[in-house]
Design a protein around this ligand. Sequence first.
Ligand code: N2P
Length: 410
Amino acid sequence: MRPENLAQRWLRDYRQGRLSRRELLRRLGLLSLSVPTIGTLVACARSVETPTAPSGATPAAPTTPGEQGTPSAGAIPEYIDRTKLDKELNFYNWSEYIDPDLLTEFQETYGVKVTMDTYASNEDLLAKLQGGATGYDVIVPSDYMVSIMINLGMLEPLDYSVIKTITNIEPENLKPYYDPENTYSVPYMWGTSGYSYDTSVLGEDLTSWKEVFEPRPEVRKKVVMLDDQREVIGAALMYLGYEINETSDEALAKAKELLLAQKPYVLAYSSQNNDDLLVAGEALIAHIWTGDALLSEQEKPSLRYVIPIEGCTVWQDNLCVPKTAPHKYTAMAFIDFLNRPDIAGRNANYIMYGSPNKAAREQGYIDEAVLQNPGVYPPPEVWKRLQWIKDVGEAGALKYDRLWTEIKTA
Ligand code: N2P
């Protein structure tokens, strides 16, 4: 992201109370901005009433409406029946996984207030819904969790007379193995789960999961792992040379041994604070998702994201509507809105994950720096070592669940 765009983003976070003034000024000081630009930004920061200057991250919206399912910015598309829109929508999303301005924009344009709760893993999402949470309208399960939810009959078929912006999605990201006709899911973002580490302490050459699972002395107690059973056990399996969806007792016993031996060196299992711990220097190495890795690199340039030589997970998260959703039509309209190229582009620039929105890429809405980043869009030779997590069935899931509890409670 360009320094000016980053500065605008922090300024917005400051205005919305997510960043202290002191931290804003500290971060601005790290960017090589011209003195007049810093002066202007600081002046903006002083006046919370001042509207955000137009962000360079957002190219002008197309002036002619209707480019293949692309309504003009700021309008409710004519194919949406406004009389069917509710006044509210409940969104259940991963944390730090949407530009919050988009929720405000949806509210201002559609008159629908979006309330967002967050979760940290697919298993947490499933447990919450199975535990009886019936209020959510839009959820964001990953690939294998879509399979599980389809099999459990938990998802509502999507209404493509409303989600017309499906035409903006890259065909290669559609018709995935877990929902071959996209009956229940529209791709949202995708990414990988490698690790980030501090090159200023550990040098430039780290390539293997060994650094995470059998850390050198200076890294001990400074390792952070995702708080995610399939990701952590999957990474251990890959390091040991197994396939990521392995369920044999032998492979899982070896993974358990490795993870138990690693545990004394683990500072935390955290999917939400792993980036903060890296930036603060409390962690030197962290198992992490792409976008969180890249955002932390912006705050601490000595961090580097690695897709390990033994391979790592690739995943695609999806917008879905639970069967129990109270505001189904509005949910479809929200999904349609999120697939607009300008909206999808702004979102991808903000959260820094891979976007399946082809129109956003082609129409120049995604920052070139993000598109060129091999961590976000890996080159073909790296793709070969990426693996998809799959549904391992009820018996397999139970084994993973037990193993995870054993690791966490050891
Ligand atoms: C963002 C969440 C990433 C989702 N912080 C991983 N599937």
